[in-house]
Write a protein that binds this ligand. Structure first.
Ligand SMILES: [Zn+2]
Length: 181
């Protein structure tokens, strides 16, 4: 099976994924493919969620300044009240689609590594790595919960992007309409 980045919206990108019980070989193969995409693809990235390549697996990969890992079943269990705003893009959206996103400076995440060991780490300010890495983790965890930066946009950025957003939201509407539920 070949895994490639799919453009938002797709069914996999608007669904909340269930946790992985046991890490299997194909999960690691999928992760290698995802690292290949963010390191050597047409558009480089700092993170990628499995559902962005059509795999409905609760897993993402991240890579910031040469450090990175595979993260399974991440769950944000705490966050700073202090937040920062930074421009973000997304491999599932057109390259020109950049949005200001407000996110906490640190988050505490419960997650499972490739060996099945569960960790609880504070990521960002005062913890592991920096607040940019916390932002990357948060962006990818959002994907696994069916959210993309389109869902986090403020009213003013929606107005600024209304032409681009109109075609994206039309596809989103058709997808929702198709929903058998
Ligand atoms: Zn993204």
């Amino acid at each position: 099976m070949s895994w490639n980045v799919q453009e938002y919206p797709t069914r996999a990108l608007v669904s909340c994924l269930s946790p992985v019980d046991k890490v299997e070989r194909w999960h690691l193969e999928l992760a290698s493919r995802m690292f290949e995409i963010i390191e050597h693809g047409d558009r480089r990235g700092v993170g990628l969620a499995a559902n962005q390549v059509g795999a409905e697996v609760c897993m993402f990969v991240w890579l910031v300044n040469g450090e990175g890992d595979i993260v399974f079943n991440p769950e944000i269990i705490d966050r700073s009240s202090r937040t920062s705003v930074m421009q973000e893009g997304c491999l599932s959206l057109p390259a020109s689609f950049l949005v200001n996103v407000q996110r906490p400076d640190w988050i505490v995440v419960r997650w499972m590594d490739r060996g099945g060991v569960v960790h609880e780490d504070r990521i960002g300010e005062g913890g592991k790595w920096d607040s940019f890495t916390a932002r990357v983790w948060h962006h990818e965890i959002d994907h696994l919960n069916g959210l993309s930066i389109v869902d986090t946009m403020s009213g003013s950025s929606k107005r600024k992007k209304r032409t681009q957003l109109a075609s994206i939201m039309e596809r989103r509407r058709l997808l929702d309409q198709d929903d058998p539920k």
